[in-house]
Design a protein. Structure first.
Length: 162
């Protein structure tokens, strides 16, 4: 079960300086899609996660990839997706460990009060939908349809510790 990250946890974007979670959450909620670029399972949800982030892209929240690799690995794994949304490199998995994520891919909604509003680990369409529905309600937004016909079948994901 995911836990609230410490406010002083550093998140390093591919471009620009690292900032603390507290700084990233000053004005907007943050929806993170945590992926492991060294597993097929994380690759299976890239299109789905990109669709989810696109739906929320104009809401009052930030969307971001959290990639369990260095910046070069994140760019290689995500390709052009790394430029569509904010992308954090987490080479030592400090953020993943701080939130105590157990399975990747994961969807994590961080609220401006530094608490987790919802989290889903592995790809369970019902769990990802619940997180998105809750975020949409808070944002007064329309949640994405999950699952869609092209989404993968449910799977447990891989160990987040690597």
């Amino acid at each position: 079960m995911a836990l609230d990250p410490p406010g002083d946890l550093q998140l390093a974007p591919l471009e620009g300086p690292a900032r603390t979670v507290r700084e990233w959450l000053t004005n907007f909620h943050l929806l993170l899609v945590a992926v492991d670029p060294y597993t097929s399972e994380s690759a299976w949800v890239l299109d789905t996660a990109n669709r989810i982030m696109a739906v929320f892209s104009e809401a009052d929240c930030r969307m971001a990839w959290l990639v369990a690799s260095d910046a070069e690995g994140a760019r290689t794994f995500l390709g052009p997706l790394s430029r569509q949304f904010l992308t954090f490199a987490d080479p030592d998995r400090a953020a993943i460990k701080a939130m105590q994520l157990e399975r990747l891919p994961a969807l994590v909604w961080l609220k401006t009060d530094l608490t987790i509003g919802g989290a889903a680990e592995g790809w369970d369409p019902a769990e990802w939908k619940a997180v998105c529905d809750s975020l949409a309600e808070v944002m007064s937004w329309k949640a994405p349809q999950i699952p869609e016909r092209t989404d993968p079948a449910a799977f447990a994901g891989t160990p987040a510790a690597g």
